[in-house]
Design a protein around this ligand. Sequence first.
Ligand code: 5GP
Length: 472
Amino acid sequence: MDATENRYSLAYKQIAKAANDTLPLKKLVSAIAASAARGLQASGCAVMLLNPRREYLDIAGAWGLSDLYLRKGAINARKSYPDILDGKIVAVDDIYTDRRTQYPEQAARENIKSLLGAPIIQRGEVIGEIRVYTREKRRFKPNEKDFISTVANILALTLEKIELAQDLNNRHQSNITQQKRLTSFSDLPLAPIRPVTFGHPSEEEFARLLDFYQVEWLYEPRSFPLSSQDNRITEMFTPDFYLPEIDLYIELTTSKQSLITEKNHKVRRLKEVYPDVSIKLLNKGDYLKLFARHGFIPLGESKMTGVQRYLFSKTQIQRRVKLLAKQISRDYQGRELVLIGILKGVVCFISDLMLNISIPVTVDFMAISTPADKSDLLIRILKDLDTDIRDRHVLMVEDIVDTGMTLNYVLNNLTARKPASLKVCTLLDKRVRRLIDVHLDYVGFEIPDEFVVGYGLDMGGKYRNLPSIATL
Ligand code: 5GP
């Protein structure tokens, strides 16, 4: 056996051993990455898995690469060496000049020159990639391509083994949870398993909430150097989440005051150093409210009994609804309009609105699941429209827009049906809490960050018949 064969044989031995071990996913994959890199005498290796929508790559494990390089930003599988997604082995002689390199500057800083990437294929479908990096420029030889492709095959088998085990565990868990009342998002099994280790349970809950609303997320994909001294980074910030569809970073904070101050400082610094980056800080209260709204964590149960403050009286609401109806009637003059409402919060508003619209309208309703519907892992249409809205003018009528996640989902769904036009009218706009910036054409009232009830809006099914809008 020559030296190369010796190295490969040793690497295969180590990889087979790691694959058959009962290590946690990240450790196991990183061990395989290390052996693969050593087998090829390379300086680094990363194993990445496609996220559920098959657009971005989550890093499952790595060896020999700096944290800053691994967290260089969202890795778009269609931009970054897309041939690998098509099942091909890709060899790049010069990463810096190759057009398919998504982050050339970061590669230069990491001092990596060449790359060999192979698809991880499970049952004919690419599920991820393994990439090996070298510090010197290298032309990869056929035997090296064979080697990486074999490692990718072993990875595919290993990941399948882990998925099967997790699937069994999930099924067992959901048998247990079906018998008790769900009280928190962490009781829901994560829809697709992702190779992510969350730093805090609240982050995992938040990921589940995003999954539910089918909002794409990446966990800690980018570290931002904030200050440096003599070419050395002295302060760095890695926001918890990145939502690629809306190009927004999110940092969750807990109730600990010292942490809040520190995070506020980092967020402020980040905005100074990277003015083009959008980031939002969500504190514990913010997302507890988000969960409470869906009936999970009880929100101030002691206050449940009574109304605290009235925001808008019956008369104020009626006056505003009439104005909105007038404006809509004017804007849609000469056209036929379909009003669409999402049950049930919108019932009072949509009926008052249509009574005041002077042009011909038809009305239809949709019902969608909420995370509290225990059987649902993803937002789902429980009652679809009876109307075909193709080529028709549609006005989506909402009671309240909060994070915008519901509306975003519904608008995407309705747009796919090709209406002639699609606009949005909401009675209440809680703009301060917006995560997804959906455009609102007609707004009744903008309200502060408070949980409101009445005029159709409920809390645990109650208060819908309150004629005014109030806080609890
Ligand atoms: P989003 O998806 O925009 O976060 O939330 C929209 C839905 O959440 C609304 O249709 C409504 O059902 C519910 N919601 C949001 N904020 C409130 C609130 O303050 N009170 C009540 N009763 N429901 C709310």
